[in-house]
Ligand binder design. Structure first.
Ligand SMILES: *Cc1c(COP(=O)(O)O)cnc(C)c1O
Length: 632
């Protein structure tokens, strides 16, 4: 028999649209993750969380990392370029590099370089710290180590050091002055560098990051600057060092048309330079390959209207046609995709701690008598008589009465008890009106707003600022849903507030195929453990998250699914302790302890506390400081 509820619930959360075959719901009503689309093996995320929290005593929130998903995203990109290279008889090869700014975690880079060793997958870095980290990694010998970003002398020297010890470092010139520094250091050290030029294209991306490209972009050389670089290099007899041409038109390009336009332009620039008898071997097309966060397959900012294969095909086809037209060799292609490779592999799971209701429905029944204020009696009448025919009119009346109630209260005409009764009745009328509206066929904006006001706020054990900063900073959408009870109908609506004392610490925008939902369908919270997960947080969120309210890094579990179909928790990484977070704010744990001890000693000295009680307090203080920063 078909499980109607389950199918409806799956549709409600859209998991089949954004899950990319990695995330699904099983017949138990639990969320599951697979290593790749169509793989019969899976891990039941609810059972995994029970295992982690109950058996292994790992506290929520927990960031789940699935290295197999990371590896599969990388393989998908590689396969797409391999297949399209074959299809179009393209003569260049594909060299992927992972941009460290998207997720600099050592485990992420190690997994990618291990998986990518089959096809020379490398690293891109944009700062000295990233380059130091990158130099410590075990890269495949022929893979590239690309240095983008603004560079000072120390950055360039470090890059040359990398070249000296045998890494294939490419120094990408972003500004004319960088080239001058490079040429000076090369003369001083005698190292033979590999250089790239970053071009500012006229073409722009689309979506939120469109301004990363175009004439006003922060990075890149204008046409005249490129020509000046070529002139300088030629003057110093260093033209043979120039091997790469780079551009990046912005992240999360939503519209494939923009990709094609940029490729056309970039391939022309490449061809013209090539025709100057400069052996540019690599055309580095940057990042921008997007993620379909809402699953709508559209040009909406949370989506993309193309697949990875279509992206690869268009890139290869466009570049090939221009090269044929200009009669120049087809370059090797470098991609710097970060978001698309790493977004899927990380999932944050948090528990609901409590429900914050607009009006509590466990208050005593409102009892209205003739002696109550008239406005209260009228609200009671609305409450009693509201129905599917009059709900709109009654709702409007209730709004008037509520204003009247507060006006009269301010004039001293209504008692505190009557104000309380009136408010409860008002929200009851709203709640009934909203229910009538949602069963009626009419689409009424007025009642959509009401639905949002009436929705519960679920207090959730995590920090938006730490774990999904882009939701706060730029309103980015991430799929959010419960990981269990999915064979029960979600009859409530909710938004999720985090633990920070910040009203911006809230998730109140949710993915939807046609729209952006302002409330999420959710199961009634009955005090039983209830878990929600935030998906696709593996790109940018970890590194951009901040320590607002001194909430620290979440606990982390790395999970793989074996050939036997069972999951293995490969690694548990403890999140920050309270002591870590206070020292981040430059408090010394030992000094803090010493100060506390002194306060206790003073109490004992003044005869206000026994030695024994003081020691108990000190012990409590000490035990607490090494605990997790989130709610236990
Ligand atoms: C940010 C960035 C990337 C990564 O972009 P994604 O959209 O995450 O793939 C690649 N290259 C450069 C130069 C960047 O600045």
């Amino acid at each position: 028999m078909k499980n109607v509820t389950l199918d409806e619930v799956i549709q409600t959360y859209g998991v089949e649209n954004w899950g990319a075959g990695y995330f699904e719901v099983n017949r138990k009503g639990h969320l599951i993750a697979r290593p790749f689309e169509g793989d019969p093996r899976f891990v039941d995320i609810k059972e995994l969380i029970d295992d982690l929290t109950e058996l292994r005593k790992v506290q929520l929130p927990i960031l789940l990392r699935f290295p197999q998903i990371l590896a599969n995203q990388l393989n998908k990109l590689h396969r797409a370029f391999r297949d399209s290279t074959r299809e179009f008889n393209y003569t260049g090869s594909h060299f992927g590099v992972f941009p460290m700014k998207v997720n600099p975690r050592r485990e992420v880079l190690e997994e990618l370089l291990r998986e990518g060793s089959k096809y020379n997958f490398g690293v891109e870095c944009g700062s000295k710290s990233e380059l130091y980290a990158a130099l410590s990694l075990d890269q495949p010998p022929d893979s590239l180590l690309i240095c983008n970003g603004f560079k000072d002398e120390a950055f360039i020297s470090l890059a040359l050091l990398g070249t000296k010890i045998g890494k294939r470092v490419v120094i990408v010139i972003e500004k004319l002055n960088e080239l001058k520094t490079v040429m000076r250091l090369v003369q001083e050290t005698g190292v033979k560098p590999t250089l790239g030029l970053r071009a500012k294209l006229y073409s722009k991306g689309s979506g939120k990051w469109a301004s990363s490209g175009g004439e006003a972009a922060k990075f890149g050389l204008t046409t005249s600057e490129i020509l000046e670089c070529v002139r300088l290099l030629s003057e110093f007899q260093m033209l043979d060092a120039l091997k790469l041409l780079h551009f990046h038109i912005g992240s999360q390009i939503t519209d494939i048309k923009r990709v094609k336009n940029a490729m056309k332009e970039a391939a022309r620039v490449y061809s013209k330079i090539r025709q100057m008898h400069i052996d540019i071997e690599y055309l580095d097309i940057g990042g921008g390959l997007g993620v379909d966060y809402d699953g709508s397959k559209t040009t909406f900012e949370a989506s993309v209207n193309y697949t990875v294969q279509e992206f690869a095909n268009d890139v290869i086809y466009m570049i090939k046609s221009v090269c044929e037209d200009e009669n120049v060799p087809e370059p090797n292609l470098v991609t710097e995709s970060g978001r698309n490779i790493s977004a899927y592999h990380a999932v944050l799971v948090a528990s609901i701690q409590d429900e914050i209701e607009t009006f509590a429905d466990d208050l005593p029944e409102v009892c209205v008598t003739e002696d109550d204020a008239e406005v209260v009696v009228e609200l009671k009448a609305l409450y009693d008589d509201i129905n599917s025919k009059n709900y709109r009119e009654y709702y409007h009346d209730a709004l008037d009465h509520k204003d009247e109630l507060h006006t009269q209260f301010n004039l001293g005409l209504v008692s505190l008890e009557d104000r309380a009764k009136g408010e409860v009745l008002f929200w009851e009328v709203c709640s009934r009106a909203s229910r009538f509206a949602s069963t009626s066929k009419l689409e009424e904006e007025e009642f959509d707003g009401l639905k949002k006001i009436l929705a519960s706020k679920y207090l959730c054990n995590f920090s938006v600022f730490r774990s999904v900063p882009d939701h706060w900073a730029i309103g980015q959408l991430f799929p959010v849903m419960p990981i269990h009870r999915l064979n029960e109908p979600p009859t409530d609506y909710a938004t999720f507030v985090d633990l920070t004392c910040d009203s911006d610490g809230i998730i109140d925008k949710f993915v939807d195929l046609k729209d952006v939902k302002e409330v999420l369908e959710i199961h009634p919270f009955a005090g039983e453990p209830y878990f929600i997960a935030i998906f696709l947080v593996g790109a940018y969120q970890e590194v951009m998250g901040s320590f607002h309210n001194l909430f620290g890094l979440p606990n982390e579990a790395h999970v793989v699914i074996g050939d036997d179909g069972r999951y293995h928790i490969k690694k548990i990484v403890h999140g920050s302790k309270i002591s870590d977070m206070i020292s981040y704010a430059r408090y010394d744990k030992n000094v803090a302890w010493e100060n506390f001890r002194r306060l206790a000693a003073a109490k004992v000295g003044a005869g206000l506390m026994s030695e024994e009680d003081a020691n108990t307090l000190i012990e409590q203080y000490e035990n607490g400081i090494n605990r997790y920063t989130y709610l236990e």
